[in-house]
Design a protein around this ligand. Structure first.
Ligand code: ADP
Ligand code: ASP
Ligand code: MG
Length: 401
């Protein structure tokens, strides 16, 4: 018995049958004597559909209006789920983000949670209500609705678990846990029993959609243990927790991210301060740079190549054209992908990088850039080769069961 936060993603509540299935899971948990707070996402592809509707009218719509629109998706799913729980005979109330006390900053489209005022949530729990909360949304200091960025309902759930010091935070989704690679793309991906916060954070940041990276960051900060599990198959999932007492695996997973643009600046003058000039310009426009590579200077010139999110590639090129000499050539390639391996064991295991590069070589895949940290190695390759690359690298490190 305790307080359990359960989060259900869009596919888990996609239609009436799925909503009833979720209501069954929630009420079973409640009937065992637990207090339950449920966080839900918009049904199925609702968020994508709403974005498409907006684009038909004004692709450059103000982000405030986009948030006003997108929060509607979760409003539908909380009320439907509350009706389903009511039908199964349990006391229930649905709350929008602001009603549940989610206060955020004002960055529309990717707002950060500042704090949760837990009074209403606590009062409803004290009345023995199951509380169904709209994920992905909050309110800013101007009383405007905000959204937390795509996949943000995971973060809403972890934030509630942290604010209420819940005993458990369960993230129900459409796969049975966190796998060594996307199980929809790699046939012999293996389900992990457990994974550390740091490894999960890297996987999520490097493209494993199964958990939103901010939710993992927050879970680590508050020591909230997460379980990722299936809403359709009631078997144990994957536990995300502290590294202590966990066996170090060489490689915990392989990821792919196609949301990448590669910007090359060729023929730059080899003078001090040029890198500062370029990257301070990009940061002043909130453009986040990922991997940076600079060539040795020769004949007074050098090249700088870097990656950004796909959308930011053309924006970066325009900014830099206005900043640098006409002698430089600035090009943007959006047909690239980042493939990464993540594992805490690689720190103490020489030869990990060469094994990854060998797997790519044997598949005749050319590496354009490499970046490493203590627990990950990423390469930039042609987008066309990305699926093959993930399979080849996965085969090299994680033999089939
Ligand atoms: P939800 O709607 O429940 O939030 P998401 O679509 O955001 O679900 O995330 C679940 C999806 O993440 C899975 O369907 C799977 O295709 C994808 N995925 C990518 N990488 C992984 C991985 N390493 N382990 C599990 N799922 C992954
Ligand atoms: N509905 C939002 C999205 O599609 C939030 C979420 O699913 O977590 O991104
Ligand atoms: Mg998700």
């Amino acid at each position: 018995m305790g307080l359990i936060v359960q989060k259900f993603g869009g596919s888990s509540v996609a239609d009436a049958e799925r909503v009833m299935n979720v209501a069954g899971i929630v009420t079973d948990t409640y009937k065992k004597g637990n207090d339950v707070v449920v966080v839900v996402s918009a049904q199925g592809d609702t968020t994508d559909d709403l974005i498409e509707k907006a684009n038909e009218i004004n692709p450059k719509a103000a982000k405030r209006e986009m948030d006003q629109l997108l929060t509607a998706g979760e409003q539908i799913s909380i009320s439907l789920l509350a009706m389903a729980i009511e039908k199964l005979g349990c006391p229930v109330i649905s709350l929008l983000g602001w009603q549940a006390g989610f206060n955020t900053n004002s960055i529309y489209g990717s707002a950060r949670i500042k704090h949760i005022k837990p009074n209403r949530l606590q009062a409803e729990i004290a009345k023995h209500n199951i509380v169904v909360v709209a994920g992905f949304q909050g309110i800013n200091r101007y009383d405007d609705l905000t959204t937390l960025g795509r996949g943000g309902s995971d973060t809403s759930a972890v934030a509630i678990a942290a604010a209420l010091k819940a005993d458990k935070c369960q993230i129900y989704t459409d796969v049975e846990g966190v796998y060594t690679a996307d199980p929809r793309k790699v046939d012999n991906a293996v389900k992990l029993k457990e994974i550390t916060y740091d490894e999960m954070l890297e996987l999520a940041t490097l493209g494993a959609q199964v958990l939103n990276n901010r939710s993992v960051e927050m879970a680590k900060k508050y020591g909230a243990e997460l379980e990722v599990l299936s809403s359709l198959n009631p078997i144990p999932g994957t536990i995300v927790k502290e590294a202590a007492k966990m066996e170090k695996m060489l490689i915990r997973g392989v990821t792919m991210d196609k949301d990448v643009a590669l910007v090359s600046i060729l023929n730059l003058q080899d003078t001090p301060g040029i890198a500062f000039k370029i990257f301070s310009k990009l940061s002043s426009k909130n453009i986040n740079v990922d991997i940076i590579l600079q060539s040795f200077g020769r004949d007074g010139t050098k090249d700088i190549v870097f990656t950004v999110n796909k959308d930011n590639g053309p924006v970066a090129v325009e900014l830099l054209k206005g900043l640098l000499d006409d002698d430089c050539k600035i090009v943007c390639n959006t047909e690239v992908a980042k493939v990464s391996i993540v594992g805490a064991g690689m720190e103490s295991h020489p030869g990990t990088a060469s094994k990854m590069f060998e797997a790519l070589y044997e598949s005749n895949i050319n590496i354009q850039m490499i970046s490493t940290s203590e627990i990950k190695i990423s390469v930039i390759i042609d987008a066309d080769s990305a699926d093959r690359a993930v399979s080849a690298v996965h085969r090299a490190f994680i033999p089939g069961e």
